[in-house]
Design a protein around this ligand. Sequence first.
Ligand code: AMP
Length: 163
Amino acid sequence: MAADPAMAWVGLGANQGDRVATLRAAQQALGGLPQTRTVVRSSLYSSVPVAAGGPDYVNAVVGLETSLSPAALLMRLQEIEDRHGRVRSFRNAPRTLDLDLLMYGDLLLDTPELTLPHPRAHERAFVLVPLAEVAPELAIPGRGMVRDLLACIVGQAVDRLDE
Ligand code: AMP
């Protein structure tokens, strides 16, 4: 491995097809990435789409220790999305699989391809609820602690799925 490993957090979402099976397969794929190991997985949750219609989402987060660079990891995430038949039609369109790179260590980045931390992670209950399950004291760089951010959110229903 070339670089010291970093802790990266990935948000998973699906609202088309067999959503639970898709998330399980994506979790497996993330753990199988080169130079990467899974540290923690949240439970699965259901959430109502934000700013869009369509079926409810199934969401989760995964914490990865990785020596892939942020750009290489994003590319791998997009490959996994593509393998699950994602078609990028329009913003917030229903999707078989959405993988967001929520954080990469405490890196702050703002390039056309990649913004870190993810610009909307701190205001989305479907990200913060699973994160609060596995890492409530995690700080989202520049935003604050997960537990505190979640306490500020109202009106976004996120329910843990029975598994
Ligand atoms: P979306 O359709 O919401 O999944 O957005 C995908 C696009 O957002 C891709 O073109 C990415 O290059 C870009 N992007 C920027 N920052 C991030 C991030 N932190 N995680 C995932 N995609 C990102």
